[in-house]
Design a protein around this ligand. Structure first.
Ligand code: FAD
Length: 464
């Protein structure tokens, strides 16, 4: 019986060794392991995993192709709904999506759908030349501009290029990929082996990329539409503006946002101090405030740079929003977790450097609007954690630059661009999707939004 086979464990780097390097933690399945794991799928008539996937990948179908050894069909099946399987297989929160709905998970262990998706995605990247001879594209002579090269922009550009549009992507940073490049660290998502190859697939379709172009400064969206001859613009500019707590001491040297810390390390090479022009100070002990994926990435990066690294989170372990796998990996690597703990003040030396962080203990009360039990302060529970660096990982919102330089583009109270399900905004010809619309969310949602917007842009241009 397929479901009597235990879930095939995935091979990983030893925690003690990996806590000192930036190589990928998880090795993924080999062909035999993937085939065995795939054989566990019950191929349900009414697959709940498909309904729970934000882009409805036909999961039992691609898994069935793996059992038959037909990798090309497996890859084609996934690619029908997802343009970034190698990436999503690595970073999607599967436990709350596809795997969280797998019937095998009710009494035992869910099928390792994410690891199988990664296996197929990696296979497709390695065999891209033979799998997808560059599709025959019939140019339609129309041009579309895309702002931002994160998953939303890449997915939108790729689908539009396949439809025959000339797509130009404008990226503010000097490297492409958005959070995939500057946020998520190498040990979770290899840049050359995975991200760069996925981007190369988009380039193969004829999409052109221009880096170091800040839309809203170098050019505006209005000028792209009115002067540069683009028929439409897709805004996938993400949510890169970090939040802080507003507590005393946040201006001290040694306090930084997780975005700045991770960008310095991932994009500017600060993990390699001998060859980097932009070092990063980690000191002896780093406290990271927050409990999401960003916090886990920051704290595990600090550990790899040699610091004692601590997570401070105001709710309990059950409420941690990070992927379970990241929390598990962080613990294995020796990260200290201070749950139900909330910072109240950052302490500094006379010359303005962080020396510690004052916190209070919390207890959980009734569920709040988010459905999670809200933390309440325990009176008189103040204490101090000595540290040299405090990293704030409290969430991000969209940068206001695009909205403030584009006439008639509405934003909501949270600073996100207002757009419907298909990415249509308040301005004709301007479409938006991903974190710029939802606020900080996930790779798969951004990718899905980019693809939906590509359809809407095509309809819009055809109907002009
Ligand atoms: C550290 C970290 C870890 C994460 N971990 C996970 C995870 O494990 N799983 C998961 O699913 N999600 C994770 N996320 C969230 C996920 O990465 C995002 O939801 C996703 O990348 C959003 O995609 P996007 O294309 O909308 O925006 P982004 O990836 O942010 O890309 C936007 C791009 O637009 C560019 N840009 C912005 N403004 C302009 C401008 N004015 N002109 C030109 N270019 C501009 C930016 O430089 C950037 O390259 C993580 C996020 C972070 C920060």
């Amino acid at each position: 019986m397929a479901n009597k086979i235990p879930r095939v464990a995935v091979r990983e780097q030893d925690p003690v060794v990996r806590a000192t390097n930036f190589e990928e933690v998880c090795y993924g399945y080999n062909a035999e392991e993937a085939a065995l794991e795939a054989s566990r799928c019950l191929n349900c008539k009414n697959p709940r995993c498909v309904a729970a996937c934000p882009v409805n990948i036909r999961i039992p179908e691609f898994i069935h192709h793996i059992t038959e050894g037909d990798m090309r069909a497996a890859a084609d099946t996934i690619h029908f709904d997802s343009s970034l399987p190698s990436i999503c297989g690595r970073v999607c929160p599967q436990e709350s999506q596809c795997e969280g709905s797998c019937v095998l998970g009710i009494k035992g262990e869910a099928v390792a759908i994410g690891k199988l998706e990664r296996y197929v995605g990696d296979w497709a990247l390695e065999h891209s030349a033979e799998v997808e001879a560059t599709p025959t594209i019939i140019p339609n002579g129309k041009r579309v501009a895309v702002v931002g090269s994160g998953p939303a922009g890449l997915a939108c550009a790729s689908d539009l290029a396949k439809m025959g549009y000339q797509v130009d992507v404008f990226e503010a940073l000097h490297r492409l990929g958005g959070v995939l490049s500057y946020g998520i660290p190498e040990f979770r998502l290899p840049k050359e082996r995975v991200v760069a190859r996925e981007i190369n697939e988009v380039k193969r379709l004829g999409v052109r990329f221009e880096t170091d172009v800040i839309i809203g400064r170098t050019m505006t969206i209005d000028s792209l539409l009115d002067k540069e001859g683009y028929e439409a613009v897709f805004v996938g500019s993400g949510a890169g503006l970090p939040r802080f707590m507003g507590i005393e001491g946040e201006n001290l040297n040694g306090v930084l946002s997780a975005n700045e810390f991770l960008t310095r390390v991932n994009l500017m090479g600060a993990w390699d101090p001998k060859h980097s022009d932009t070092p990063v100070y980690v000191g002896r002990k780093v406290v990271v405030v927050g409990g999401g994926n960003v916090a886990m990435d920051a704290v595990r990066t600090a550990k790899r740079l040699g610091a004692e690294a601590v997570i401070v989170y105001r709710r309990g372990e059950a409420e941690l929003p990070a992927r379970k796998e990241e929390v598990h990996h962080a613990k294995e690597e020796g990260i200290e977790f201070r749950m139900l703990t909330n910072p109240t003040r950052i302490l500094g030396s006379e010359d303005g450097w962080v020396t510690g962080i004052n916190c209070v203990e919390m207890e959980l009360g009734e569920p709040d609007a988010s459905g999670r039990r809200s933390p309440q302060e325990k009176v008189g529970s103040d204490f101090t954690i000595d540290c040299d660096v405090v990293i704030m990982a409290l969430g991000t919102s969209p940068n206001p630059l695009i909205a403030s330089t584009t006439s008639g583009l509405n934003i909501n109270r949270r600073g996100c661009i207002e757009a419907d399900e298909m990415g249509t905004t308040s301005r004709a010809g301007i479409f938006a999707g991903g974190d710029a619309v939802t606020g900080a969310a996930t790779v798969i949602l951004a990718m899905g939004a980019g693809r939906k917007a590509a359809k809407a842009i095509d309809e819009y241009i055809r109907s002009k």
